[in-house]
Write a protein that binds this ligand. Structure first.
Ligand code: PGA
Length: 319
């Protein structure tokens, strides 16, 4: 056992948590044969099987369960040591591990750009995935900080709002509704919708909004990315509810319109969050402080230019 490497334990921990060799390989940017080889070496070293496969599912053996708990303890100790070491170095160096929901990718890299200019010795690892996966990572305490929409009550976390997030109805610029005012919910429900994938926070908020109105949407297709949805809107495959932030920088120019629909925009917010009781490193605390002030700057940079009519190429029928 003493010859097992930290890398092998990392691979083991990822498989045990994700219950999948394939997902573990993806998360660790390794090939599946490499993952299998690492687990074979670890199993040989320990002399007991760690996983058993029943049908298509993977289960931990008793030895596997014990090793999983041991791994969590080891990694927790390591990250505490890293934190102490970087604090001893006198702050502003070390690693910041961030996990953010897909839609936050429209502003997080800009935030990080400014932060890294200020603190060039901080290394940042950014994981972008949907809400369900971010919540899974938060629950497993895999990163330093998380950026997402509201954290459910069932998750024991500290969360603070730092930015608005409006969800709007987008259609192609030449859509007949793009010139209309105060479109009713009934009318919008006649349209075909393009939805984000299950697990997306945007989808969750959209479904909640329409079910509160006792309405069912006609969903033409599901797509796993905001970008793909915008292209599908431009291709006149349907309309969609998306965050205004998705219009920042790279919106298909002049080809999208925000419809003036009753009850819209849906007002959501961006939160930063971390598990309750987590001891934040100095680096994470520094980023948190920076986030609290960064919203003003982001307000300037984001799609509000488009909304207030400064971008002549993007139609916004709400204004
Ligand atoms: P999503 O999350 O990118 O998973 O849709 C966005 C949100 O929670 O508002």
């Amino acid at each position: 056992m003493r010859h097992s490497t930290i890398r092998q334990l990392e691979v083991f921990e990822a498989i045990a948590r994700l219950k999948s060799f394939t997902r573990a390989a993806e998360e660790l940017f390794l090939t599946q044969p490499t993952v299998s080889m690492q687990i074979k070496k670890l199993t040989d070293e320990i002399g007991l099987p760690l996983f058993e496969q029943i049908g298509k599912k993977i289960y931990l053996t008793d030895a596997g369960k014990e090793l999983y708990q041991t791994c969590l303890g080891i990694f927790e100790h390591f990250s505490r040591f890293e934190m102490i070491a970087s604090d001893m170095k006198g702050l502003k160096s070390g690693k910041l591990r961030l996990a953010v929901v897909t839609t936050a990718k429209y502003f997080t890299p800009r935030l990080l750009g400014m932060f890294c200019q200020k603190y060039p010795d901080i290394d940042v690892a950014l994981k972008v995935t949907n809400r369900e996966r971010v919540l899974e990572r938060l629950t497993n305490n895999q990163d330093d900080l998380y950026i997402l929409g509201q954290v459910p009550d069932a998750v024991d976390a500290v969360a603070e709002v730092f930015l608005d997030n409006q969800l709007v109805v987008m259609a192609s610029a030449d859509h007949p509704l793009s010139c209309e005012k105060k479109i009713s919910i009934e009318r919008i429900c006649d349209e075909l919708f393009i939805m984000r994938e299950p697990g997306s926070g945007t989808r969750m908020a959209t479904e909640r909004f329409f079910s509160e109105q006792n309405k069912k949407l006609k969903v033409r297709m599901e797509l796993g990315s905001n970008e793909a949805i915008k292209q599908a809107i431009v291709g006149r495959l349907g309309i969609a509810v998306l965050s205004r932030h998705t219009l920042a920088l790279d919106a298909p120019m002049g080809q999208l319109a925000i419809l003036d629909v009753e009850g819209f925009p849906i007002e959501r917010h961006w939160y930063f969050a971390y598990p309750s009781g987590k001891q934040l490193s100095i680096v994470a605390q520094t980023f948190l402080e920076y986030l609290r002030q960064a919203s003003d700057y982001l307000d300037d940079l984001s799609c509000r230019h488009a909304i207030s009519g400064h971008c002549p190429l993007l139609k916004d029928s709400q204004h």
